[in-house]
Design a protein around this ligand. Structure first.
Ligand code: SF4
Ligand code: SF4
Length: 205
């Protein structure tokens, strides 16, 4: 038979010697290999106390942002859910009532907003689809859980705190182009919300 490579080896089942039958040399050899690894640099880390450095654009746990006045930016338009290739986002819209202007930025808001973190592939398409700059992925790792249901994140875990010093910083993941875009006061995204005024993009945008 023609051999395709010269790497083939003929295996012979030879008789074991007395020393081999004792297995002690093999055990000693194995222990020496184990001991030699004790003094090598560890490849493991003590997560979660220690974390590996991640890329600046790492896409982790989402945040639903509030505006400058603390009102939720999400208007439950559903574009993020439509854009999501993993069908991880579900929501229920509700109408803002009189007196709730400080809670919700627009007349419609998400009464229920859920992301199933087990379905999510952290592609970031929800962030790109959102016209209200309401949803962002952050550099936070989704913590481990023991129950599948605990991976369904509702508004309690997604909406950022109201206090300004507790807000979630999304800055490190933004590219310079995005930062420049957000500084441009001519875009509707960047206008300060005033419930008494009708705001909208200027002509030509
Ligand atoms: S990051 Fe991607 S997969 Fe995850 S919720 Fe957003 S669009 Fe869906
Ligand atoms: S997060 Fe953005 S895209 Fe998704 S429903 Fe809210 S406003 Fe619409």
């Amino acid at each position: 038979m023609q051999s395709l490579t010269n790497r083939s080896k003929v295996v012979v089942k030879k008789e074991m010697s007395f020393a081999e039958k004792l297995y002690l040399p093999a055990v000693a050899k194995g222990m020496m290999i184990t001991m030699s690894h004790l003094f090598k640099k560890k490849v493991t880390i003590n997560y979660p106390e220690v974390e590996r450095p991640r890329a600046e654009v790492y896409r982790g746990q989402h945040v639903l942002k509030r505006d400058e006045n603390g009102a939720e930016r999400c208007t439950a338009c559903g574009l993020c859910a439509v854009a999501c290739p993993a069908e991880a986002i579900t929501m229920e819209a509700a109408e803002r009532k009189k007196g709730e202007e400080g809670l919700y930025r627009e007349e419609k808001y998400a009464a229920v907003y859920e992301i199933n973190m087990l379905r999510c592939i952290f592609c970031g398409l929800c962030e790109e689809a959102c016209p209200k700059e309401a949803i962002f992925l952050t550099d936070r790792i989704v913590p481990t859980e023991f129950e599948r249901d605990d991976f369904v994140y509702g508004k309690d875990k997604l909406v950022e705190p109201t206090k300004k010093d507790e807000r979630i910083n999304i800055g490190p993941r933004q590219t310079q182009t995005t930062i420049d875009f957000k500084k441009n006061p001519e875009y509707a995204h960047n206008l300060l919300w005033d419930p008494n005024k009708k705001i909208g993009p200027k002509k030509g945008h």
